[in-house]
Design a protein around this ligand. Structure first.
Ligand SMILES: CN1CCN(C(=O)c2ccc(Nc3nc(-c4cccc(NC(=O)c5ccc(C(C)(C)C)cc5)c4)cn4ccnc34)cc2)CC1
Length: 285
């Protein structure tokens, strides 16, 4: 059919689609750091809303595919997910604009506050429960994270913890990151079916969540210490799992271990995990 036959897209005629942010309404402030895609800065949107702005370095991401997906991502809304406000896609580099989390990554937060956190099992468990709630929401919406880890969670005021960058891994162009043989692939958070067949699912997110729980209860240790990626792959295939962190109660470790069941179908769902963690927290605290 010729273009004039086709019905106009629903947003035709609107000056901006609702996920499109007008970059003249953004004021860029200090740099927060840099990640897979380049520099991230704090900003103000419409004069008063605190935002984080990822400025996508050219050639680091498949931009058109991401801009299409952004329409779906803006609809994912939960207190334990870092909210995507929108994108500035009319200029290059494109900007990804999200809510701002003032205390940075959970990994750095754990390492910075190890002293006070290491004997506060209640707070560590609460962080895990918050992340589990965010992941249970994604699971309900059949949304797979693909790179869940403490480095990809963020800390806000009053010990709020949120999951960030869910689904973004699909748009990274660097094959050192995307292929399981690559130097940047998150091997230590990957289950056997991802290592062997890159078969991602909410159950592979559950495996990664178990490793994230281990990161939380060790206050940010590197899983499997200095083992090289090839050594980790070999041991995970043979069923080796991470040891119980000192600060961690046996019951909590038993839940971690279930996340590392070899077969995905033997791992609990995030919905079940949430119930188990909440009942352990009630018994323990
Ligand atoms: C007292 N401390 C002082 C130092 N400090 C900070 O400087 C600091 C404070 C707030 C920060 N907040 C945020 N920082 C970031 C941020 C900063 C640097 C890098 C990144 N990460 C990325 O850009 C990034 C992450 C993952 C991925 C893939 C696709 C691989 C999964 C791709 C890109 C995010 C994003 N945010 C979204 C909402 N809030 C933030 C970050 C850092 C923390 C507080």
């Amino acid at each position: 059919t010729s273009p004039c036959d086709r019905p106009a897209p629903a947003t035709a005629g609107l000056s901006h689609d609702k996920w499109e942010i007008d970059h003249t309404e953004l004021m860029l402030l200090e740099e927060l750091g840099s990640g897979q895609f380049g520099v991230v800065r704090r900003g103000k949107w419409r004069g008063s809303i605190d935002v984080a702005v990822k400025m996508m370095k050219e050639g680091t991401m498949s931009e058109d595919d991401f801009i299409e997906e952004a329409k779906v991502m803006t609809k994912l809304q939960h207190t334990n997910l870092v909210q995507l406000y929108g994108v500035c896609s009319k200029n290059r580099p494109i900007f990804i604009v999200t809510e701002y989390m003032r205390y940075g990554s959970l990994l750095n937060h754990l390492r910075r506050h190890e002293q006070s956190l290491s004997n506060n099992q209640g707070l560590l468990l609460d962080m895990c429960i918050q992340i589990c709630k965010g992941m249970a929401y994604l699971e309900r919406h059949n949304y797979i994270h693909r790179d869940l880890a403490a480095r990809n969670c963020l800390v806000g005021t009053e010990n709020v913890v949120k999951v960030a960058d869910f689904g973004l891994a699909r748009y990274v162009l660097d094959d050192q990151y995307t292929s399981s043989g690559g130097s940047k692939f998150p091997i230590k958070w990957a289950p056997p079916e991802v290592l062997n067949y890159t078969r991602f699912s909410s159950k592979s997110d559950v495996w990664a969540y178990g490793v994230l729980m281990w990161e939380v209860f060790t206050c940010g240790k590197m899983p499997y210490g200095r083992l090289k990626n090839t050594e980790v792959v070999e041991r995970v295939q043979k069923g080796m799992i991470l040891e119980k962190p000192k600060a961690c109660d046996k019951e909590v470790y038993d839940i971690m271990r279930k996340c590392w069941s070899h077969l995905p179908e033997n791992r609990p769902s995030f919905r079940v995990l949430k119930e188990q963690l909440i009942s352990v927290a009630q018994r323990l605290l």
